[in-house]
Design a protein around this ligand. Sequence first.
Ligand SMILES: *Cc1c(COP(=O)(O)O)cnc(C)c1O
Length: 224
Amino acid sequence: MISSNLHKINQDIEENCKLSGRKTDEIILIGASKAQTIESIKEAYESGLTHFGENYLQEAEEKIENLSKDLVWHYIGSIQSRKAKRIAEIFDWVHTVDSVKVAMKLNNARPKSRGFLNVCLQLNIDNEESKSGLDLKEIDSFVEQTRDLENLKIRGLMVIPKPREALGQQKEIFGIVKNIFLELNDKGNNFDTLSMGMSSDYAAAIQEGATMVRVGTGIFGPRK
Ligand SMILES: *Cc1c(COP(=O)(O)O)cnc(C)c1O
């Protein structure tokens, strides 16, 4: 089942790339594997998936320890500041950075031997009060204050928009994120990553410029 789901999603990625004049190798598919077993991740890996996203540190530690070193691990959960150190030690990417304080903790804890920690700023694109993420007006100051953190590489933006049913509405919000991304680069940043799109809206995200899509149930089925 995982293998046929992956096949279908890769076909979708290809189709949506064609529709929008993009190349499939511009897009990295991340398997959002929270609450999925080590066996399921192994099965996905054997079907060609190499990037995996985890939300809970303890759960992730066990998986990372027990799976092939070829896997690339993305932290996509909210970051409690006391867990930042361990996150910086074991992950390759962190998508959910939304404060200078956490960025500094990650930077200080990143082992030199592991090279840069790749980081995305999480943007609270729908201005939801309960949600994590920086507000748009806070981005410039964040970028300014994290510029000299030598163990982090700020790669771009991550968003989790609130659910929208219609493709047109999904495209509209992702298009807004893309424009923010382009404006940031016009201002002198060198971002190359837009992490947006999940099982229900990755097609729209790809059409609007996503470079990483995070798909959970679409690959693994319902979470246990
Ligand atoms: C769980 C999760 C996903 C995947 O969600 P699905 O709807 O199962 O595809 C993507 N991104 C984040 C941050 C998540 O927590």
